[in-house]
Structures are given as C-alpha cells and as structure tokens.
Ligand binder design. Structure first.
Ligand SMILES: Cc1cc2nc3c(=O)[nH]c(=O)nc-3n(C[C@H](O)[C@H](O)[C@H](O)COP(=O)(O)OP(=O)(O)OC[C@H]3O[C@@H](n4cnc5c(N)ncnc54)[C@H](O)[C@@H]3O)c2cc1C
Length: 554
C-alpha cells in the first residue's frame, strides 16, 4: 500500500512539473545530435579536483548507512588471488581541494558503465551542465569492477561497430557514437580492455568524476515536502578510499544509484526474502541469510581468481555451471588443467528465449571446443547434481558431497552434443575428492541490498521480480525509488515485471528514461532529447517489444 502511494505521488508530481528551470539547474539547450569525438586510448587525464574534503563530517540521520564492501575470504596467500574487489591496492595520491562546487543537481554513485552512461546522457544529450553532475567512484579509476575480472575472462555479448547501418549500435557500448569494438579492436573484450573504453569515455567527455572516493551515506537534508519536485536536496557523505581517507559532504537534488551488482561474491551465504503471506511491505527488505552449504567457507569464489592459468594446482572442482562456471572450465582446460564441473542445472540444455538467461552462444561454443573428442584434458560435467557439503579430507584435499537431482523436461540437449557424465538416481549421494579448494562459481549479491537497502522498497514474494542477482527493488516506471523520491536506479538490477535489464545493451536503454525524469524535475524541456534518444534506440519505455523473444520459434 505504502509503495503504491509513494509511486503515485512521485509520478503525479513529476508530470505536473512546469518547464520553468529550477534555480539551481544551469540549463543548456539540449544538444540532441551529440556525438563524442572519436575515442582514443591516449586521452589526456583530467585531474581537476571537484570536492573539498574535511576530516569530521557532522553526524546526522542517514538513509543508507551500510555502504561498505561485503566481507571477503582471506585467500591472498596464493599470489594470484585478490581479496578485495572494491578498491585498488595502491595508495592514491592526496587530492587537492576544490571548494567552489559542493552543490550538484545529480550525484551518480558508481563510475561503471551504468553510472557513466547515465552521466553522459544527462549532460551531453539532455543538456545539463557538466558542472552540475558528479560521478563518484570508489576505485582508483572508472571501470573498477571490470578490472577485477580474471585475465582470461571475456565479454560474452559480442561487440561490433554496426552503427549507421542498423537500427541499433555496438551491444556493449554505453553511449551512441562510441564502440568498444572500434576502440579496442576486440569482439569479446577482456575486463581490463573494457575498463579502458570506459576510461577513455570519462576522460574525453569532460564528465566530472571523483575517483578513489566512496559514497558512505546519503541523508535527506529535510528541506522539501514529499512530492515536491525537484526533491531533495540530499546530503551525500564522501570518503576517500585510500590515502588520507578524508571525508566531505556535498549536496544534490537527485541521486542515481549505479553501484553495480557484481562486487559482492555469493560465497558463504544465500539470501532469501522472508515476508510472511499477507504481511504488509514495510519497506525494509526482510532477508534471511542462510549458509550456502556446510563447508562453503573452505571454497574459493571464482571472482577472487586473477588468472586461471596462473592459479596454483592442476586439478580443480567447480561448483556452479552457468556463465562463470563454464568460463572457468574452459580456461582451466585451455591452460592444460583437469577440471570437473558440478552443476545443479545443466544450463547448456536450457532455452529460455531471453539471451541473458540462457548460456550465451559464445560460451556454448567455447564449451563445445573443450568437450570435443580430440581435446585434452577434457573437462567433466556432472549435472543435475547439487553440492550439499564440503569437508577437508584427512588424507589432504577436499571431499565434495553432492545429491543427484531428477531430470526435468526442459533439460534438452537439442542435439547440440554436450557430452556429460552419466547421472546417478535422483536423491542418491556421491562424493568427489579434489586436491585444491573447490571453486565457487555461484554468482553475486547485489549492491542495492548490500549497500543501499534503506533507499528502496523491496518486493514481497507475490511481487517478486527477478533481476540478474536476485530480487530487484521496486521502482516507478521511470526507475525512481518508490521509497525515496529523487533516488533513481540504473544498471543490471533494474527490473520491470518479468523483464530484467541484465546486460549493457538492455540497461543502457533506460539511461534516457532516468535523465528525462530528472531533467523534467529540474524544469527543463526534454522533448528534443527524448526524440533523439528514441531514434538512437536508447529510450525504452514500451516493454512489449522486449517480450517478443524468439525462444519458441528459433
Ligand atoms: C564475469 C562477468 C561477465 C559479464 N559479461 C557481460 C557481457 O558479456 N555483457 C554484458 O552486457 N554484461 C556483462 N556482465 C555484466 C556487466 O559487467 C554488468 O552488467 C555491468 O558491470 C553493470 O554495470 P554497473 O555500472 O551497474 O556496475 P559496475 O560496472 O560494477 O560499476 C559500479 C561501480 O560502482 C562503484 N561503487 C560501488 N559502491 C560504491 C560507493 N558506495 N561509492 C562509490 N562508488 C561505488 C564500483 O567501484 C564500480 O566501479 C558481466 C559481468 C560479469 C561479472
């Protein structure tokens, strides 16, 4: 009930807003035909400081008070394992102060593809002045989460510069007029390469990015009544992530939450929502964290591996058989290492019609390559087999106990020829011994629940909506929080109904929807920019088109 009321309030207020610019908005004429100049990898670095840091920010009531990285296993001894995905190890140089601009129209939390894409949309397409938008990035550079990928990992969605010849453009591009394929000469970029693409955009577009800085709290400055447009201002507390760890407070009319979904490894616990039937949604996500399975703490999460080839050992057991499990199996096999993959679902047999919820063709092709009869060492696939416990074996190594599940009708190889090991009877147990810590390819918990749960309402089971990493928060049709008006969500945890905006080519189409709502709230005329975005295939407000998947036909 509460969620619905807030949705209506925000929606009605926004539609009622006039086109008189808010006094704080420095409005330029929207530049609908904006195109970045050709990107180069050797752009000049913009070191302009944008925030003055002080040592002691005043304590106040906070919306989001838990914005620190999730705890990670201490596995750093191998030398190829990185325990902290959220910060870079090297200390940052201290940043000079810049006291003039501590008030913004928009603060974007996170300098990954969603944060940068939205900031570009706001400034270059909708015409908000660059000085009014600040992107805050916890890592030392933009694209931090991509730099944490194992060396061998590649984008599964292909990059190709088809702009101009088709309705759309490079699937991995965050901004019309740019193409990772063209910049990097790579069809399936590595994480490091893609981070260079993001860096080139950030440096050459003139966006204000405050790197090496994390948003620690977002507070309501309490000057507006509910429903006022623009809402806020919010007071945003910032802290340097290295060096002096100085703190600062800035204010902003709007917040765009773009802190990503792939930084908090699911390695010790699983998360379930625990609303009881008929219970009112009070807004707080009621989640229960259960141990994943006994012994999960003995395992290594795949996101901690920097290189499969350099990982010590030559015989591995992988737990989880979706994209990251298959990626690990492929790269271990290519490095000449033996591996077994235990998967509760044979994902290579599933056809869902949604390209981001079935194994990507690129991944399937690589799996076929290492399963070919003449390939050695060929990975062994066990499915549908669910791990129930891991224990250290007395003789050394680890015993992985697992239970066979029954075959489901949708497990259909469709003649694609993925050779897997013979399955046991349903519910029978099997124990597999492995010399190295088993590797968890079990996915991630999202940043919204991990860091910003107080900014959003979460669905009850009857409203359940699956995002890539679990349940996405409730959003208005403009991707604004139903709980805190003025806070927007961009990136892979955006969901609408059954639709999950997991991949870059999906969630980039919502940047303009968010920019439109914000700029209208600031009193700008957005019509030309919206029209341009529609032409660029960058304004998705009609979800009927997404439901036309070809799963049943192809
Ligand atoms: C292994 C792997 C393979 C993938 N392959 C593909 C693919 O082929 N195609 C595809 O489209 N997608 C792919 N994805 C998904 C894609 O990486 C994500 O959808 C994308 O990174 C989401 O972008 P984002 O900007 O929301 O998050 P991120 O890119 O993770 O950016 C979030 C940023 O926020 C920063 N941050 C977090 N908290 C704070 C804070 N409190 N203050 C300041 N900064 C903060 C982080 O440091 C990070 O840089 C893949 C993901 C993984 C893990």
């Amino acid at each position: 009930m509460l969620a619905l009321r807030l949705w209506m309030t925000a929606f009605m207020a926004q539609r009622a807003s006039s086109f008189a610019p808010h006094p704080s908005a420095r409005v330029r004429n929207a530049a609908p035909a904006f195109k970045l100049p050709p990107l180069s990898l050797f752009g000049k670095k913009n070191d302009d400081p944008v925030v003055e840091f002080v040592e002691d920010p005043p304590p106040t009531e906070v919306y989001a008070s838990r914005m620190s990285a999730a705890d990670g296993a201490d596995l750093s001894s191998s030398g190829v394992v990185d325990t902290d995905l959220t910060t870079e190890p090297s200390p940052s140089p201290s940043r000079p102060s810049f006291a003039e601009e501590t008030d913004y129209d928009v603060i974007v939390v996170g300098g990954g593809c969603a944060g940068l894409g939205t900031a570009l949309m706001l400034t270059k397409t909708f015409g908000l002045d660059d000085s009014r938008v600040l992107v805050v990035e916890r890592g030392e550079k933009v694209g931090t989460s991509f730099r944490a990928w194992p060396e061998e990992m590649r984008f599964i969605s292909p990059s190709f510069n088809q702009q101009g010849w088709t309705q759309s453009f490079d699937l991995n591009s965050i901004c019309w007029g740019t193409s990772p394929a063209s910049l990097l000469r790579a069809e399936h970029p590595s994480g490091e390469e893609y981070a260079l693409y993001l860096e080139a955009i950030a440096e050459q577009s003139g966006l204000q990015v405050r790197a090496g800085t994390e948003v620690t709290d977002i507070e309501d400055a309490g000057e507006k009544k509910e429903g006022d447009r623009p809402p806020g201002p919010f007071r945003v507390n910032l802290k340097e992530t290295s060096g002096s760890q100085a703190e600062a407070t800035v204010s902003s009319r709007y917040i765009v939450w773009a802190a990503g979904e792939f930084q908090f490894p699911k390695d010790k616990r699983t998360m379930t929502y625990v609303y009881k039937e008929g219970e009112e949604n009070t807004g707080k996500p009621k989640v229960r964290f259960n141990d994943m399975f006994p012994g999960a703490e003995l395992c290594l999460h795949n996101s901690h591996v920097r290189s499969w080839a350099k990982l010590p050992g030559d015989d591995f057991l992988l737990i989880g058989g979706y994209e990251s499990g298959v990626d690990a199996a492929y790269n271990l096999a290519k490095a000449g290492k033996t591996c077994r993959m235990v998967a509760s679902t044979p994902t290579w047999c599933l056809q869902t019609g949604d390209p981001s919820s079935e194994l990507a063709p690129y991944t399937a092709a690589r799996l076929r390559e290492v399963l070919a009869p003449d390939f050695s060492p060929r990975p062994k696939l066990f499915a549908p087999l669910e791990v129930v416990a891991v224990v250290e074996a007395k003789e050394g190594g680890y015993d992985v106990a697992a239970r066979w599940k029954g075959a489901e009708p949708e497990f259909n190889d469709r003649g694609l020829g993925f050779k897997i090991e013979e399955a046991g009877n349903a519910d029978s147990l099997v124990t597999l011994r492995t010399p190295e810590p088993p590797i968890l390819c079990t996915g991630f918990e999202g940043s919204v629940v991990a860091q910003a749960a107080d900014l959003f309402h979460f669905p009850t089971p009857d409203q359940e909506k699956k995002s890539c990493v679990g349940n996405g928060p409730l959003l208005t049709r403009d991707d604004e929080s139903t709980r805190v008006p003025g806070v927007f969500l961009v990136g892979p945890s955006v969901t609408h109904g059954e639709l999950s905006f997991c991949f870059v080519y999906k969630f980039r189409q919502r940047f303009a929807v968010v920019a439109d709502a914000i700029c209208q709230g600031l009193g700008m005329d957005t019509r030309a920019a919206v029209e341009e975005c529609r032409r660029q295939d960058m304004y998705l407000d009609n979800f009927a088109t997404c439901e036309d998947g070809c799963g049943d036909m192809c």
